[in-house]
Design a binder for this molecule. Sequence first.
Ligand code: FAD
Ligand code: UDP
Length: 400
Amino acid sequence: MDMEEKTLYQSIVVGAGIAGSVIARKLAEEGNQKVLVVDKRDHIGGNCYDVKDEQGVLIHQYGPHIFHTNQKEVFDYLSRFTKWYMFDHEVVANVHGSLIPVPFNLNTLYFVYEEEKAKELEEKLITAYGLNSRVPILKLRENEDEDIQKIADYVYENIFLYYTMKQWGKKPEEIDPSVTARVPIVISHDNRYFRDKYQGVPLLGYTSMFQNMLEHPNIDVELNTNSKSILTFKDGQVIYGGKPFTGNVIYTGPIDELYNYDEGQLPYRSLEFVFENFKQNDYQGHSVVNYTVSEEYTRITEFKHLTGQDIDTTTIVKEYPRDYDAKKGQIPYYAINNEENDQLYQSYADRFLKHEHCYLLGRLAEYRYFNMDGMVYHALALSEKLLNKDKSGENLGGVK
Ligand code: FAD
Ligand code: UDP
């Protein structure tokens, strides 16, 4: 690409994950901006990327991704770029060889207790919390009723303790309570993992959805390109192609990397994914089995049960939680949010945001966990903000 072309861009998006792809499309389409999207990986889609493996099984390279939302606006936006394979996602836990529904709900009671006792406990839970309520494990443990305490102990010990120790290297009460609250005790006979109205995966896969999103005459995508090789942030200025760039920069990568970790690494948990193919139709009969009392991995996903793919071989993935060290090239998956880490993040963010027209977007750049739908919502909101700005002529951007 020659310099003439380079000077055309009004926005540069770092990262072709869900956050970067959504905002790139919005700015290109609705703002009629020329947008450059760069990603250091050799593919688009970020962690939502899926691909067929050697055996032809569609796998999720960075762990199982099930799209779920209650926000019609988000679902409708993505539906412009894909049809869906819709299903209600369910998970079971392998507890000493028995498979029980997770989140723990009124059905699970009947797997664990004799019918008469289960019925009695069911009534107790409904009286205490109300039908259809959702109670985080740490809250259930505070209940003073002896029977409810017993249930809480069971759930804590058989669902949460070992799994959380593996995933976070800490006990449930030592991590941010919002994390375990994502999988509450459900006071109803609902086995679904999520309650959302829309649940499923893109019919032809996530990568195909992102391809459609990024396919726009105003969008150029450059893969295998670290933003560091094309953008410099210095003294409040962004330099691109050797010149000051005054367009929008939407950064969706890890912010500490941008500053060579000079204030320290932002802590994350990482994961190692081990894929295995079996020349058989079915491996475990479920899309996801959580291992909550045994094994070093947290869960096994069997992809064909998620994607609905009709194929006579099957691929699974085991997820092994790992400590994270950016310098060893590990992928940061889960931000470890606490006061100290959030402060460190804020310090990096403040430095970055001193640059005009520069924005932080995404699970890495914002150092927060987002589900995909939250990410889309957030990307749509930032696009609207930038587009309104553009309409008022405040930020037409571009290289000077
Ligand atoms: P990413 O997908 O990480 O994209 C960021 C992109 O930026 C990457 O492609 C990266 O290569 C690129 N990049 C970074 N730095 C640079 C740089 N300097 N230069 C160039 N490129 C750069 N959500 C759900 O809704 N449902 C699920 O079932 C679900 N399952 C999940 C399972 C796991 C194991 C994990 C970890 C997350 C899961 N999520 C799920 C969350 C989901 O992955 C995120 O919401 C989503 O990936 C966030 O997208 P993003 O664009 O912010 O980040
Ligand atoms: N969790 C658990 N046992 C389970 C499922 C979840 O202990 O069977 C805890 C664990 O701490 C996990 C958190 O609940 O990190 C959130 O679960 P979720 O399924 O949302 O995790 P993710 O999909 O992000 O791995």
